[in-house]
Design a protein around this ligand. Sequence first.
Ligand SMILES: [Ca+2]
Ligand SMILES: [Ca+2]
Length: 389
Amino acid sequence: MHSSFAAPTAAAGQPASVSWSPITFDDPAITYTLTDFGGTSSSVVLDPAGGANKVAKIIKTLAAELWAGTTISTGPNFSVPQIPFSATDTIMTMRVWAPAAGIPIRLKVEDAADPTKSCETEAVTTVANAWETLTFNFANQAPGTAALNLAYTYNKVSVFPNFGLTGAQIGADTTYYFDDLTFEASTPTTPTPTPPPASWSPITFDDPAITYTLTDFGGTSSSVVLDAARGANNVAKIIKTLAAELWAGTTISTGPNFSVPQIPFSATATTMTMRVWAPAAGIPIRLKVEDAADPTKSCETEAVTTVANAWETLTFNFANQAPGTAALNLAYTYNKVSVFPNFGLTGAQIGADTTYYFDDLTFAASTPTTPTPAHADASTGQLVAHHVR
Ligand SMILES: [Ca+2]
Ligand SMILES: [Ca+2]
């Protein structure tokens, strides 16, 4: 006997209401439903950073409306457990992986039973192609949208990647990842006060407390990737594309406004070193330092690679500025750094995309910094894995 339709369990009443818990996409007891609207295409996938962690992948397609998005639900009728907003608790956080910095991510909560009751707010990405945790304060609703009303039940949530631009305006399918949608309970989430200026330390791309930002210009394409040669070591990968200008490069920053901590140049300490992996020997690598607040204050110098497809440590002496560029001025603040792979040749002149890796940007203090064991990567046998990228 096949009884096709189970009667709605009206008499059974509502299940005990489930209390809110973070949406991780990892609980095997929970069915995560992604409901697209306006031209998104979404699915639950493995974390693009690797491992067994599951995340939501949302593609905003070329055909997407400016308001395209995805409802994330774990219960019936596109619902989630009621989000326990209160007068003092109005914040959710979510981990976001976006293709660029500066992209607005809108989050909307509403009453699953009454779409007229909603609240929308936005946060803006600050890094490209890396996870970051964005904060959504529903006390700061998006302009032109309803304020949070604590008398309402908010038990539905939707995310709108790059809200306000159509797929056509963006010009391509763009892919986002989301994870760990979390309600931030009351231990007051005061934004951490701006810490005192950090002092310079080597840029390793490995400190989980530091957000490494790679900002491309002139036709590079960069990301922080694993160094297959050394296990869990992270490095910066910079592709100088076929379309690149001769001055294409990438700014490496760890602070606001594309900054790094001030580089402590002195009359006797003018040198930085950086580990470089280039596709050929004889390639000029230009390094530029400048004042993050004043681009007219800069100094550029170059070093030339000596090996192909292997790590080497290059030395950049800013006392020897590149011809035609400004000399080092010790009265200036140098707290911004950019690297220009194969400076002086366009991608077209090079004839192909070319890929570089950089790591361990280090200020060489007057006392020579002896390499630490962690940097002893000259054993060439470890390097083979790079060829399989
Ligand atoms: Ca997850
Ligand atoms: Ca590293």
